[in-house]
Design a protein around this ligand. Structure first.
Ligand code: 4AD
Ligand code: MG
Length: 477
């Protein structure tokens, strides 16, 4: 007898074969019909119990949430709604569930409630679909880079350099916080800490990835990153996953080409490989949209949005052009923005980014050549002396999806910049060495994985696309 999965069975190729199926009961109705799910697909399989020949005690234990092993035969379904069903001969209750207290009842639950029950929420259709898509996207990313000749590298999670400047950091320490060793001036003596120096959780693997790009040529890292900023928004996590490719001999134009091709490829991958989950999420989003006022509803369905991104060119716009558009746009003139754009040099807020992609261009936008002083120290200074070869990719409904740049490859320019920003050159000598020994033009970018998962699933809160979200005041599970 074969043990099989629901997704295998629903293909209908094992008709009349005796099979064993293990999964969790979604519903049990009329003492006859078990809707069983095992996580292999969004779809349940209907399992028909011979209740006359099953003892009452067992029937009572078939409750929503219980784990069961069913043995029987796959047959063509008599009823509507499914092609095949299982005629159950024997039932083994593997794990009971208490129907009184089981949180995941067969009804609609709010996402807030399910977040509190994140350990059980993947037993719902929405969260199982989201997490299968997340897994698929991750696979597609590794496959893409593998096929393009990139090497996957693991960058450190604990870091001793704090110069990236991408955000506030979480300190890692082995010191006794109640009684830390002190220097004469009263400051903490980190030479006595675990690593003999101050250390933090990384905000990005980029600087380390650059070292490998400058030897292995094309590399990428895909790891957890940590930011201790107090941003309680639907698009920020304190712990998130980032994909960061870094490529030698590639300039900013090549970087934009790579990022665009990469995003289109992985979206195409899920469109082709996650059809059932996407169809479910499409409908979910449609239902959600219906609860909104007409004017706020999206013009496209989820799959239409994904196709739109996969099939159309991203719009490439310089920061300078974007500022002109924003300065002259209606919400700016009518002071509808929280931050009014007055002059060149202003940092763009998410309201501005969203205006550009959602109202003005209505497609993904790559903004490039930002003012040097609102971007990181390592970005390549343009000949105008005031802009850097940075790029941000903005997506409808999400805002910033990707941030990247061509890196400053000139030692003297880089050192000067570090000095101006008070960045310790000694601490980063390994980084500047790359410019000292065989320097070359190189570029890369960082894609926030959860923002991609949000886009691909149509979920509107980033807490709902990562298994156990970490946000300010919350590290449950
Ligand atoms: O723009 P960021 O800060 O860029 C970097 O860290 C560069 N070192 C990347 C590189 O060039 N290799 O972050 C990159 C992306 C953002 O565009 C966004 O998608 C995501 O990471 N991101 C976050 N996602 C979730 N929660 C947060 N708090 C995020 N901060 C950034
Ligand atoms: Mg950024």
């Amino acid at each position: 007898m074969k043990s099989t999965s629901v997704s295998e069975l629903l293909k209908g190729e094992q008709l009349l074969q005796e099979i064993t199926l293990k999964g969790w009961v979604r519903t049990f109705r009329a003492k006859r019909f078990i809707a069983l799910n095992d996580g292999s697909t969004i779809n349940n399989i209907q399992c028909v119990v011979d209740f006359e020949n099953t003892d009452e005690e067992t029937l009572k234990r078939i409750t929503t949430g219980a784990a069961v092993a069913l043995t029987g035969t796959l047959i063509e379904s008599q009823g509507k709604g499914q092609k095949v069903e299982m005629e159950v001969k024997t039932i083994e209750i593997l794990g009971d569930s208490d129907p009184e207290t089981y949180p995941i009842q067969p009804k609609k639950h709010s996402f807030e409630f399910l977040r509190e029950n994140a350990h059980l929420r993947t037993r719902t259709n929405t969260f199982s679909a989201v997490m299968r898509l997340r897994s698929s996207l991750s696979f597609a990313i590794h496959q893409y880079f593998n096929q393009k000749g990139f090497y996957h590298m693991h960058t450190p999670i604990i870091t001793g350099s704090d110069a990236e400047g991408a955000g506030e950091m979480f300190q890692v320490t082995g010191l006794d916080l109640k009684n830390p060793p002190l220097n004469e001036d009263g400051s903490v003596d980190y030479s006595k800490d675990f690593f003999g120096k101050e250390t933090n959780l990384t905000v990005s693997g980029q600087l380390e990835a650059e070292t490998y790009a400058m030897s292995l040529g094309k590399v990428y890292t895909f790891g957890p990153t940590f930011r201790a900023e107090n941003s309680n928004t639907s698009r920020h996590l304190s712990e998130f996953w980032m994909i960061e490719p870094e490529v030698a001999f590639m300039d900013l134009a090549g970087n934009m080409d790579l990022a665009e091709d990469f995003l289109k490829s992985i979206i195409t991958y899920v469109l082709e490989n996650n059809k059932e989950d996407l169809a479910f999420l499409d409908q979910r989003l449609l239902d959600e949209e219906k609860t909104k006022p007409q004017k706020d509803r999206s013009e496209m369905s989820l799959t239409e949005k994904l196709h739109f991104v996969a099939d159309n060119n991203f719009k490439r716009v310089s920061y300078t052009e974007a500022i002109e558009i924003l300065r002259n746009c209606k919400p700016n003139k009518k002071k509808k923005f929280n931050y009014i754009i007055e002059e060149w040099g202003a940092d763009l807020q998410s309201e501005h980014e969203r205006f550009l992609v959602e109202k003005h261009f209505k497609c993904p936008v790559i903004l490039f050549d930002y003012p040097a002083n609102i971007k990181a120290f390592y970005m390549r200074l343009n000949d105008d002396g005031k802009t850097v070869r940075a790029m941000d990719i903005l997506f409808p409904g999400i805002g910033e999806m990707v941030g990247g740049a061509q890196r400053e490859e000139r030692l003297d320019v880089l050192l000067e910049k570090m000095k101006a920003l008070n960045i310790d050159a000694e601490e980063l000598s390994w980084y500047t060495d790359l410019r000292k020994y065989g320097t070359a033009v190189h570029s890369g970018f960082g894609l926030g994985f959860e923002r991609l998962v949000m886009f691909a699933t149509g979920m509107s809160n980033i807490r709902d696309v990562i298994p156990f979200p970490r946000t300010p005041q919350n590290a449950a599970f």
